[in-house]
Write a protein that binds this ligand. Structure first.
Ligand SMILES: *Cc1c(COP(=O)(O)O)cnc(C)c1O
Length: 393
């Protein structure tokens, strides 16, 4: 539990850190930002240097000053020992899971996980003899009872990026570590600015840099960070695949990172205002937002998080699928599409029922997820009000 004063100081430090991390102007003739180094071959002055790999960069797949700048910055921000960059958030999930998987292994994955995480486990890892068992996101320390001899990792995602259950990550981490099991988090919703993953006991942390880090819906990027116990194994697996992100994307992500704290603060404010406003609307049965008292796991959110981001969901009172489409299509400021975390608002109808296996998703009516951008909040409210009016007979 942190005091208000501690929290304010930490937020301020983060705002400063995102402007400073990963910069070394005097290594680049004084230019503020690290340049984009594109390259495959790196030359060595002598054969002995080549054989000894006696320099910071040795080949394009092992990184460039541009990608290293982002890796270093992210390790500082996430409180990690090391970070690797891959070409998408889903590639980050795959890399993290391949770091912990082996033939015969058993994985525990939260039932609220990002859909493609399930597909990777069930559609790919299964073929190599890895079994995935899904668990109730609200299980907390109870995960201990599900851990088997062959369990190698527990994956958490808090909150679930559609259904918004907040997980007791410290309790899950303690129960897992007691049995020598690795804890992997998909921390995309909160980012390390709102939930420092390694300080809360996670060994590997995934971030879809596509979302809040980039902030502009113009790149795909994934990051996996690791604590001291897992950094070497992560880097080793990464090197075997050689699936690094491009320096151009790393450069764009660094540019996004500089304004990340600022954007998140505004998106938090606007999303909370809209979430509270939506709780009062007659068309809405429930609002799923971790900062609202009746959200599953709200007390844990209050204990562990430094704030909320701009993504939340609503459950509408029962209406037809056509009515939901009419509502979403009537919105002028909210785009209809996948992904989130950009400067522009999005709305996405969703249904968790078809893929849940450990828990049942039985909301009162259809669900819609919003990603709140940085438009004027009163404009967004007017837009939602006009859209919701379509739901009334
Ligand atoms: C979008 C997303 C990802 C995947 O990111 P991509 O870059 O789109 O592959 C992973 N996890 C969560 C929670 C996401 O929302």
């Amino acid at each position: 539990m942190t005091s208000d004063k501690d929290e304010k100081r930490r937020k301020k430090r983060m705002a400063t850190l995102v402007t400073q991390a990963g910069r070394a102007p005097f290594e680049h003739f004084g230019f503020v930002n690290p340049p984009v180094y594109r390259g495959s071959t790196v030359l060595f002055p002598t054969v002995a240097d080549l054989e000894g790999l006696n320099q910071p960069y040795t080949y394009g797949t092992k990184g460039t000053p541009t990608t290293r700048a982002l890796e270093t910055a992210w390790s500082e921000i996430a409180g990690a020992d090391d970070t690797v960059l891959v070409p998408s958030g889903l590639a980050a999930i795959a890399l993290a899971l391949l770091t912990v998987a082996r033939a015969g292994a058993h994985l525990l994955v939260t039932d609220s996980a990002y859909g493609p995480t399930r597909s990777f486990c069930d559609g790919f890892l299964k073929r190599f003899g890895v079994t995935t068992q899904y668990y109730d996101p609200l299980i907390g320390a109870g995960v201990s009872a599900l851990i088997r001899e062959e369990t190698t990792a527990v994956l958490v995602e808090s909150p679930g990026s559609q259904s918004m259950e907040v997980q007791d990550v410290p309790a899950i981490a303690a129960a897992s570590h007691e049995k020598g099991v690795c804890v992997v988090i998909d921390n995309t919703w909160a980012t390390p600015l709102l939930f420092p993953p390694h300080a809360h006991g996670c060994d590997l942390a995934i971030e879809a840099g596509t979302k809040y880090l980039s902030g502009h819906s113009d790149i795909l990027l994934g990051l996996v960070s690791a604590n001291a116990g897992w950094a070497k194994r992560l880097r080793h697996t990464f090197n075997l695949f050689a699936i690094g992100a491009s320096p151009d994307d790393a450069s764009l992500a660094l540019r996004g990172m500089r304004t990340m704290a600022l954007r998140l603060r505004e998106q938090e404010r606007a999303a909370l205002e809209l979430a509270r406003w939506l709780t009062e609307r007659p068309e809405v049965a429930r609002v799923l937002h971790p900062a609202l008292p009746d959200n599953p796991g709200h007390d844990i959110w209050k204990r562990d998080f430094y704030g909320s981001s701009g993504v939340f969901s609503i459950i509408l009172k029962p209406v037809s699928k056509e009515a939901v489409s009419a509502f979403v299509e009537a919105l002028e400021l909210f785009g209809i599409g996948f992904s989130w975390g950009g400067y522009e608002s999005l709305a996405l109808p969703f249904d968790c029922a078809p893929y849940r296996t450990a828990t049942r998703w039985t909301p009162e009516g259809p669900a819609v997820r919003f990603s709140i951008g940085i438009e004027d909040v009163e404009d967004l409210k007017d837009d939602l009000a006009a859209g919701l009016a379509r739901l009334r007979p």
